[in-house]
Ligand binder design. Sequence first.
Ligand code: 9YT
Length: 129
Amino acid sequence: MILRSIEAIKGTDREVFAKNRNWVSRRLLLKKDGLGFSFHETIVFAGTETHIWYKHHLEAVYCVEGEGEVETIADGKTYKIIPGTMYALNNHDEHYLRAQEDMRLLCVFNPAVTGKEVHLEDGSYPAAD
Ligand code: 9YT
């Protein structure tokens, strides 16, 4: 049994800021925890746009606070994200994530993120191995 709180993670190496400070990710579960996925709480800051393309991961994202949108680049579709909305990048979808307000997102990654990943130039995280 594992028990962790966001408050206890703040200021530790499980708290990761984007290089451009668009978001902060608090990693409740990582690969080393052994569950086969990682589980994060991410705050995406208001007024930001982030290019994301997880070529090596699948991600599901559930919004619990704030407001924003996802634009999938292949088809130009835009999806409103509000509390209670989930989106899943089941096709490694390249997209823009925009926040109109600070958004609090709960994110699951498969395979699990290993530690302090931040986006590479192409919007991906490196492959786990
Ligand atoms: C969906 C999203 O917020 N992506 C950026 C960061 C990512 N969630 C992470 O590493 O926790």
